[in-house]
Design a protein around this ligand. Structure first.
Ligand code: PLP
Length: 371
């Protein structure tokens, strides 16, 4: 990235030599990302992150189809990231109807239910590849195949979008194997810089750009490209793909150490998400009778950074929509703790977590909680 943060500051859309260096770097990054994902370079759009990719995919396809009189029904699941759910809620204000599919107790969507939800006015299906809270890996390939068969029977083509933000580096990601027409990624989730996103948009998908302005990204995303960020994104994605199998094996072993050890040393703990069909780097445990946020704070004091299953805002506690959609109790949602391990996480770090956690839980369980 460094050359493009310093002397190579040219604007890729300008005409001078410095700009050619930037536009060549952009082309190369696009080719790299396309080759890794299994698509054509021109089907790759760079933007500002996972949220923008998802907004552009969902609103872009929906509005393009609405303009063409194609219908106004969208199918998604109830455990999607808020970038998907809130984009869908936004579209409801413009007359779109959304089917939010139920999931089972492990957070899994049923591919047959996805296909069964297809209507003659369906314009888009959006399903995540792996859940960011509970790690459950969704049957995207089976769902896209089932939707294609159902759409064919109705004489339709229905674009399929996949939020694959959690996958690179830990799961294989190939747009052909997944059978998707649009796919969203966020660079910082695979070791790249924050604030860069990738949208794969098959040229056959109807699309109305979200941003208006210049003609960058082949008229599909106006605004001067973040050249350094994009170069870093392509480099990070290459590394993530090259190390994926090794990283998945390493993190799965650390993940399973946590999943097996914690219930031995702490009472009243349950695993959330699918026991096997889950991200290799994700653990989500509920400590019954406790608040996940209190655990997060206590672990932070020990230099251990983890997440809870809730969103805290203006003093009010919001349970995770994912855990509630899975049919879990409020107590289980309140006590959820999300622990993410990475390629560089060591056994010694897991030893430390496992040694401090029982004492922290015992200490907190002695304090009264209001759930
Ligand atoms: N989708 C999923 C599954 C995520 O986990 C995230 C971020 O955590 C996003 C979308 C949004 O990505 P970004 O924060 O880069 O906009």
């Amino acid at each position: 990235m460094e050359p493009f943060l310093g002397a190579g500051y040219g604007n890729p859309s300008a005409m001078y030599e410095l700009s050619r260096q930037a536009s060549d770097a952009l082309d190369e990054a696009r080719r790299t990302v396309a080759e890794l994902l299994g698509c054509r370079p021109n089907d790759i759009i760079f933007n500002s992150g996972g949220t923008e990719s998802i907004n552009a995919a969902i609103k872009g396809v929906a509005f393009a189809q609405q303009l063409a009189g194609g219908g106004h029904h969208i199918i998604t699941s109830s455990v999607e990231h808020h970038a998907v759910l809130h984009s869908c809620e936004y579209l409801e204000k413009f007359g779109f109807e959304i089917t939010y599919l139920d999931v089972d107790g492990h957070g899994l969507v049923d591919p047959e239910a996805v296909a069964a939800a297809v209507r003659t006015d369906t314009v888009l299906v959006s399903l995540m590849l792996a859940n960011n809270e509970v790690g459950t890996v969704e049957p995207v390939a089976a769902s896209s195949e089932a939707v294609r068969a159902r759409a064919r029977a109705l004489g339709k083509v229905i674009p399929f979008h996949c939020d694959a933000v959690q996958a690179p580096g830990y799961l294989p990601v190939n747009v052909g194997a997944l059978g998707v027409d649009l796919l969203s990624l966020s660079a910082h989730k695979f070791g790249g810089p924050k604030g860069v996103g990738v949208l794969y948009l098959d040229r056959s998908a109807p699309y109305l750009p979200l941003m208006s302005g210049g003609g960058q990204e082949r008229q599909r995303r106006a605004g001067t490209e973040n050249v350094a960020g994009i170069v870093g994104t392509a480099a990070a994605l290459s590394l993530a793909f090259a190390h994926q199998e090794k990283a998945a094996a390493h993190t799965a072993r650390l993940r399973d150490r946590i999943i097996e050890d914690v219930p031995r040393s702490v009472e009243h703990v349950v695993l959330n998400g699918h026991p096997t069909q889950r991200l290799p780097n994700n653990v989500n445990l509920s400590f019954l009778g406790l608040e996940g946020d209190a655990l997060v704070e206590a672990l932070d004091e020990q230099g251990i950074a983890v997440g809870s299953g809730s969103a805290c805002g203006s003093g009010s506690w919001e349970p995770s929509h994912v855990l509630l959609a899975m049919g879990l109790s409020l107590e289980r949602a309140a006590g959820a703790l999300r622990i993410t391990v990475a390629d560089e996480t060591t056994d010694a770090e897991i030893d430390r977590l496992l040694s401090v956690l029982p004492g922290i839980v015992a200490n907190l369980r002695q304090q009264p909680v209001a759930v």
